[in-house]
Design a protein around this ligand. Structure first.
Ligand SMILES: [Zn+2]
Ligand SMILES: [Zn+2]
Length: 321
């Protein structure tokens, strides 16, 4: 197998991760997503149940549960003395991940066809219809997208601090690649170079040289990520200037549709992991001129979504969210 350049070893000293990087690091791991999904959707709490439901190796599950607990997604509560056993209880921070899971699942269901098994439909109990989440602006209540949300870095911002230094997923190091539930999401955000390449395109980088400068990555890694994103249909190439022979990279509809997921994910990070010096990023909604925070609406009845009213398949969620 060809080594994955995105998992290349890093030698430079690590800058302090901001909330963007922390969120990307936690959410860009498919096992973490699968564990959070079972906890939120099916109310799973016990190690054995996670293991049996996911078919996950003990070593992999142990590392993920420890990491999610350290990150405050779960708290541990003892339920048995002999042998001593603990349950993993979702915290408010953990329950708040429902929005992240919803946008990931919705994007994969619409744009990705390679799933091992089809993703179940999602139903909004508020109107009883199969729906998809639509991102609106909290300030003005209107729909918003990549075309009218402007980003600047905040006090803890900067590109270097916004991408995770390390992820638990390292395919070339024999790491567990994940259950294959949301494969393209993980391709886009599952390691630091992918995450930084997709961030660069969302921040407006169009040319190879812009990407190179923004990402601070070796040229082979940048070109590898661009090629992969084009193969996935997230980016497309267009001629830069007639006769120049150079190309620019543009987001496709599929690529633009990933934007709400990224916004919801970074908002979750900012809510729960904001650095003492302030937010990592500041967003403005160009349409209303106000501060932008994403809020999800039902595509059918156009009302705000709440986790407790989102059903996957025919089952209501088992936890109170
Ligand atoms: Zn607005
Ligand atoms: Zn609805």
């Amino acid at each position: 197998m060809r080594p994955d350049p995105a998992a290349a070893p890093e030698t430079e000293p690590a800058p302090v991760e901001n909330s963007n990087a922390i969120a990307l690091g936690l959410i860009g791991d498919e096992w973490n997503l699968a564990i959070a999904r079972l906890a939120i959707q099916d109310g799973v709490r016990r190690y054995k149940d996670f293991r049996d439901r996911l078919g996950i190796a003990n070593s992999v599950l142990t590392v993920r549960l420890r990491r999610l607990t350290e990150a405050g997604v779960f708290t541990m509560a003892q339920y048995s003395d002999a042998p001593r056993r603990y349950e993993y209880i979702l915290t408010e921070r953990g329950r708040d991940l429902w929005k992240v899971l919803l946008t990931i699942w919705s994007w994969e269901a619409v744009w990705v066809t390679e799933h091992i098994e089809p993703l179940p439909p999602m139903r909004h109990a508020g109107c009883g219809q199969a729906f998809s989440p639509v991102m609106h602006c909290l300030t003005c209540g209107k729909p918003a997208g990549i075309h009218d949300v402007r980003q600047t870095f905040g006090p803890s911002g900067g590109f270097e601090r916004s991408v995770p230094r390390a992820t638990t997923r390292r395919r070339s190091a024999g790491g567990s690649p994940g259950p294959g539930l949301v494969p393209q999401t993980i391709e886009l955000i599952g390691n630091r170079w992918s995450a930084s390449a997709i961030a660069a395109t969302f921040l407006g980088a169009r040319r190879f040289t812009d990407m190179l400068a923004m990402m601070g990555a070796p040229p082979t890694i940048v070109s590898d990520r661009l090629r992969k994103f084009c193969q996935m249909g997230v980016l497309e190439t267009v001629p830069a200037k007639a006769g120049s022979g150079r190309v620019e990279y543009r987001l496709t509809d599929k690529g633009r549709a990933f934007f709400p997921h990224v916004m919801v994910m970074l908002e979750w990070g900012d809510r729960w992991f904001r650095a003492p010096e302030g937010p990592a990023s500041l967003y403005t909604h160009a349409a209303c001129g106000g501060e932008f925070h994403p809020v999800l609406y039902c595509s059918v009845c156009v009302r705000e979504l709440h986790g407790s009213l989102v059903q996957v398949g025919d089952d209501p969620p088992k936890t109170d969210i």
